[in-house]
Ligand binder design. Structure first.
Ligand SMILES: [Zn+2]
Length: 202
């Protein structure tokens, strides 16, 4: 039963994706099987290609086909500002607003003592090194308003404070525990435009 085991494997793997349980994974697989030429084969090829070609930008942590990524190598961007986000999804959310024209730094998570995530597990030393560069004037902390997100913002503010940069945080409007990716573009744009000094906000 080679075919059945392939299907089982597909269902098993797809059900590990965020938002997909076994039931929706089964439906997705059946849908793929019904649409082999239009969906199953192109999807398979796209996954193989992404696995081969997509990489993390060594400067900011964004995902792209090239290192440096399209954002880091865009000379029209403002090199004086770095916006610090938890995950690539947050970077994408900010990019969708088309308001922010500086650079980014993806931490790869938040500090979480309970889960054993310490500063060395996040891309923080890379950020400190970037913040020390002369052209960088401001670091915007766009971590979430969860306890861990705030702890992370505090920690980073302490680390980059003596790099000679202004440290700011997004304005209120971000729901408690909310992740950037879930915000509508208008709220996010406003939070970015009305950002404040980190000293009074965190
Ligand atoms: Zn980059």
């Amino acid at each position: 039963m080679v075919i059945a085991s392939d299907i089982d494997r597909l269902i098993q793997l797809l059900s590990k994706l965020p938002g997909l349980g076994p039931r929706s994974a089964r439906r997705a697989v059946l849908h793929l099987m019904k649409n082999r030429e239009q969906l199953l084969r192109p999807l398979g090829a796209a996954i193989v290609s992404a696995g081969k070609n997509v990489q993390s930008c060594s400067q900011c942590g964004n995902l792209d086909m090239a290192d440096s990524c399209g954002i880091c190598s865009d000379r029209r961007r403002d090199p004086s500002v770095i916006c610090v986000v938890e995950e690539v999804a947050d970077l994408w959310a900010l990019e969708r607003t088309a308001v922010y024209r500086g650079f980014y730094h993806v931490l790869g998570g938040v500090l979480s003592p309970l889960d054993g995530v310490g500063p060395e597990d996040l891309n923080i030393s890379g950020l400190v090194a970037r913040a020390r560069k002369e052209h960088v004037k401001e670091v915007i902390l766009a971590t979430s308003t969860t306890v861990d997100g705030k702890t992370t913002a505090h920690y980073i503010a302490d680390r980059v404070e003596n790099c000679g940069v202004t440290v700011s945080v997004l304005a209120h409007g971000i729901p408690v525990g909310g992740e950037l990716d879930y915000l509508d573009d208008g709220t996010l744009s406003a939070a970015l435009k009305e950002r404040r000094s980190a000293k009074s906000k965190i």
